[in-house]
Design a protein around this ligand. Structure first.
Ligand code: GDP
Length: 139
C-alpha cells in the first residue's frame, strides 16, 4: 500500500472541476483518506515547491498556486503514486495521453489542474506539509 498527495490546483477549483477530478480518482479505485480546501500563501507555495526554486517559472508557479483556493487530498492504494500520475497525465497537457485529467482539462503547462507526488519520499514530505496524523483516516 502506498500514499500520495493530490492537489486540485486553483485553476481546477476556479473552473468547477473538483467533482470531475474526484470522480476519476474514486472510479480508479484509489481511496481518499483525507481532503480539505486551503488557500496557500505565497510563502507556503514557495515551501511546497522548494525543489523548483532555481527554475525560471518558480515565481509564476508560486503566484499561481497562491492565487486562490486549492483542494488537497491524501490518496491510498497499491502503487498509488504511479497510478495517480497516470490518471493526471504528462506535465504538459499537449503531451498528455488521451483520457487523462490534464489532457481533458488543462489549458496551459502551468495551469494544469492537478498535482501528484512523484516518489515515496516526496509523497511523505508533501502529505506532512498539509496534514497531521489526526486528519488522515485509515481504512
Ligand atoms: P509535475 O510533477 O507533472 O506537476 O511537474 P513538475 O514537478 O516538473 O512541475 C511542477 C509544476 O510546475 C507543473 O505541474 C506546472 O504547474 C509547473 N510547470 C512545469 N513546467 C513548467 C514550465 O515550463 N513553465 C511554467 N510556467 N510552469 C511549469
Amino acid at each position: 500500500m502506498e500514499r500520495t498527495l493530490s492537489i486540485i490546483k486553483p485553476d481546477g477549483v476556479g473552473r468547477g472541476l473538483i467533482g470531475d477530478v474526484v470522480k476519476r480518482l474514486e472510479a480508479s479505485g484509489l481511496t481518499i483518506l483525507a481532503m480539505k480546501m486551503i488557500h496557500m500563501t505565497k510563502t507556503q507555495a514557495q515551501g511546497f515547491y522548494a525543489v523548483h526554486r532555481e527554475r525560471p517559472f518558480f515565481d509564476s508557479l508560486t503566484d499561481f498556486m497562491s492565487s486562490g483556493p486549492a483542494v488537497v487530498m491524501v490518496l491510498e492504494g497499491e502503487n498509488a503514486i504511479a497510478r495517480y500520475r497516470e490518471l493526471m497525465g504528462a506535465t504538459n497537457y499537449k503531451e498528455a495521453a488521451e483520457g487523462t485529467i490534464r489532457r481533458d482539462f488543462a489549458t496551459d503547462i502551468e495551469k494544469n489542474v492537478v498535482h501528484g507526488s512523484d516518489a515515496p519520499e516526496t509523497a511523505a514530505f508533501e502529505i506532512s506539509y498539509f496534514f497531521n496524523a489526526f486528519e488522515i483516516n485509515p481504512r
